[in-house]
Design a protein. Structure first.
Length: 305
């Protein structure tokens, strides 16, 4: 059957296209290519994966796979972001890519544990082995947690696909159908995942990432809030001190109550911002007025520092 026939059979309850597409996404095949990366004084070739597509269903499966990979991406950050070289603050993965490319070898980080010993012996740099061994120690945890995160998307994806597929107009071209389904997935899936897992989606500076509630690092006291949000009482007027104290108390109450929805977290699960509208309402202020007063407080912090 082609895609249109599968859709019509799915509508009749005689074919499970949703499960097939998710399964296809899990088994996507890639062609490896390479692109040049330059960091500090180092230039090297880094692997780049391009998914293979032959039939219309492949393009939906590829989109599903890319969404799942994006959802699980933070796992790499969690385990690998703090592994660095002893100088240049260069990430260990980049350092390994660099020295592997010097001997004409290219491996994706997921496959570092598959590099033969005979190839590793060609690299004669002690720091390479230190970084490499650091990654090998955490790679099993990365793979395990990544698989768990991807598994979390399966049921939400089934619900979304089973909602979208019956609405597909099979008089359209395959390209139009693929676009319609992928757009529908993108529109609905993040809400479904969040509902199922308690995971929150963020989009900071154009980079989308997801943080699970269990990985959100909640602060312990107001001193940390003051530092992160740039509050310093040394240079404030009495009115500004009163405003800041009230805000700190509300932030602390939210923290103590584990109200994670009112905070923004970075990819390491650390608090970096808070919902201005929510706290303005708690303090009985118009949002615009709250933001102006907050900015004046934070400007004084910057000028004092």
């Amino acid at each position: 059957m082609d895609l249109k026939q599968k859709i019509e059979q799915h509508k009749l309850g005689k074919y499970d296209l949703a499960t097939e597409l998710i399964s296809m996404g899990a088994n996507i095949k890639y062609d490896l290519s390479f692109h040049l990366v330059t960091k500090y004084m180092y230039s090297y070739m880094k692997t780049k994966r391009k998914a293979k597509a032959e039939v219309a269903e492949d393009y939906i499966a590829i989109y599903i796979n890319s969404l799942q990979q994006r959802y699980a991406k933070y796992v790499y950050k969690k385990y690998l972001s703090n592994i660095e070289r002893t100088h240049d603050d260069m990430k260990a993965t980049d350092y390994i890519y660099y020295y592997l490319s010097q001997i004409g070898e290219y491996y994706h980080v997921d496959d570092f544990d598959k590099i033969p010993d005979k190839l590793l012996k060609q690299v004669e740099h002690e720091e390479f082995y230190e970084c490499f061994n650091d990654i090998l120690r955490v790679l099993p945890y990365v793979k395990k947690e990544k698989a768990e995160k991807i598994a979390e998307t399966v049921e939400p994806l089934k619900r979304v696909l089973n909602e979208i597929i019956p609405k597909v107009d099979t008089t359209k071209t395959d390209k139009e159908i693929v676009k319609y389904i992928n757009h529908g997935i993108n529109k609905k899936i993040y809400r479904e995942i969040a509902k199922a897992t308690g995971t929150r989606e963020f989009n900071i500076d154009g980079e989308r990432y997801f943080i699970n509630q269990s990985d959100m690092k909640l602060l312990k006291n107001q001193t940390n809030f003051r530092k992160i949000f740039k509050f310093d009482f040394l240079n404030l007027s009495e009115r500004q001190k009163e405003f800041t104290n009230r805000l700190l108390n509300h932030l602390q109450l939210a923290l103590d109550s584990k109200l994670t929805d009112v905070f923004t977290f970075n990819q390491n699960g650390e608090i970096i911002d808070f919902n201005k509208r929510h706290f303005a309402r708690l303090m009985g202020l118009e949002e615009s007025n709250f933001k102006k007063r907050l900015k004046r407080v934070q400007d004084k912090y910057d000028s004092w520092r």
